[in-house]
Write a protein that binds this ligand. Structure first.
Ligand code: GLU
Length: 435
């Protein structure tokens, strides 16, 4: 039986996987939405829109392995919301990806895209596969079959995938080609994060890290932290953490610790960031770096004396087990969902400022938007133009979030959700229901 959830709104009880008490990323997202409900005013009648994905697709992805056998992988594409424009969000390849995780990531894309005011809804995709176990040919076949299977719901004006964990420019090139072959015409705008020679955008690879750095500098100014004298610790030293670390070092900060899947290295005097980036580029991780610094146990990373901590790896890294040890004044979430809600509360109580993922890592999708616009117009911008526009969008979004957080005395995460949910639900309200 439908029950009344808001004045004039009757809704069916949620199935268990949509239940806010269900632990996991989707449950966490629902709790975040509940915190915002009191700030939605009349738009609150639409809030259930945010609590269920618009469209969810599960696909079987069979491929021939190199040894001649057939393997099946499960793939997903979730369009959480399209009220403000087409779905937009990355595709991740990971052995532990689940539908609930992809649902949460798609919802966080809706929030992120609305927070920086790019004209997109939110979407995300994934394949339950460990790409490290696949040959290049197998990886290409998985990518192509997955793209073909989700081809019924993606498209340049419907839903535009991009890179995420374990996917890159090459994977995007295969996705673009597969979609184009099925359509019978080259459609560069179907994915972003492509190689520059194939309709990709200058500055896209560095965009997320540049956005992390930009909001970090803005926040540091607000709390009286001098970036040029700050100490920075980074978890994950790829596209996001590596670029952010480089920009902080160029601004005079000391990058004192870096952790990735290869281990943790520490240097109180500051690591040599260009040498470390070069090492990671050649060897795949920080393991074996001999350019100055000592290897320390992974668990010690969280207690390292620093001013700025940047988790830029996977979800669920800052938990109630390590949040109490963090010494930083500010955490900038380069990854999606790196802080559990309990850890968020602990950091808040301890006065550690958290710059939430849905704001801090929005630089990637912002330049994805520039890429999509460039593809449509077949007119490409210079890197300086792209970076200038990116920095402006990130600064404006940060200022708006900071203001709402001051006005309502809420965390930056809740403030970001307030702005984003209002934008999404206002669009929903203007469009109305069909039929
Ligand atoms: N995967 C990135 C994110 O989580 C980028 C998404 C995009 O560019 O569409 O924000």
């Amino acid at each position: 039986m439908p029950s009344q959830t808001a004045p004039g709104v009757f809704t069916q009880a949620l199935p268990s996987y949509l239940d806010p008490n269900h632990l996991g990323p989707w449950g966490i997202y629902l709790q975040q939405v509940d915190r915002v409900a009191p700030y939605l005013g009349k738009l609150g009648r639409w809030v259930d829109t945010l609590k269920r994905p618009k469209r969810t697709l599960i696909v079987d992805v069979p491929i021939h392995l190199d040894n001649g056998t057939v393997a099946h992988f499960e793939g997903y594409r979730v369009q959480h919301n399209t009220s403000r424009g087409p779905g937009k969000g990355g595709v991740r390849f990971h052995q532990d990806v689940t539908l609930s995780e992809v649902m949460a990531l798609s919802a966080w894309m809706s929030i992120k895209n609305a927070a920086v005011n790019v004209p997109y809804g939110g979407a995300k995709g994934g394949i339950r596969v460990d790409p490290k176990l696949l040959s290049r040919g197998e990886l290409e076949r998985v990518t192509r079959r997955y793209t073909s299977e989700i081809g019924i719901i993606i498209g340049p004006s419907k839903d535009i995938p991009a890179p995420d964990v374990n996917t890159n420019e090459q994977v995007m090139a295969w996705m673009m080609d597969t979609y184009s072959m099925n359509e019978g015409a080259t459609a560069t705008g179907v994915v972003t994060g492509k190689p520059v020679d194939l309709g990709g955008s200058l500055g896209r690879r560095e965009a997320t890290g540049r956005g992390v750095f930009t909001v970090g500098v803005e926040a540091a100014r607000r709390i009286g932290l001098d970036v040029s004298r700050s100490r920075v610790a980074v978890q994950g030293f790829g596209n996001v953490g590596g670029v952010a670390g480089k920009l902080f070092a160029e601004a005079g900060a000391r990058v004192v610790a870096v952790q990735d899947h290869g281990g943790t290295i520490y240097n109180e005097a500051g690591l040599h960031v260009p040498a470390l980036l070069d090492h990671v580029g050649r060897h795949g991780s920080v393991a074996g770096f001999e350019g100055g610094g000592q290897v320390i146990p992974n668990e010690d990373f969280w207690g390292i004396p620093c001013d700025i901590l940047i988790p830029a790896a996977l979800e669920g890294q800052i938990t109630d087990k390590n949040a109490g040890r963090i010494q930083a004044r500010m955490v900038i979430e380069g990854a999606n969902g790196p802080t559990t809600p309990q850890a968020d509360d602990i950091l808040h109580d301890r006065g550690v400022l958290v710059l939430p993922d849905v704001l801090a890592n929005a630089g990637g999708v912002t330049v994805s938007y520039f890429e999509w616009v460039q593809d449509f117009s077949s007119f490409f911008w210079t890197e300086d133009e792209i970076n200038a526009r990116l920095v402006k969008i990130m600064k404006d979004a940060f200022s708006a979030v900071w203001q709402v957080s001051e006005d309502h005395k809420v965390s930056l995460r809740t403030a970001t959700f307030i702005i984003a949910c209002q934008r999404i639900l206002h669009a929903r309200d203007l469009r109305g229901l069909y039929p």
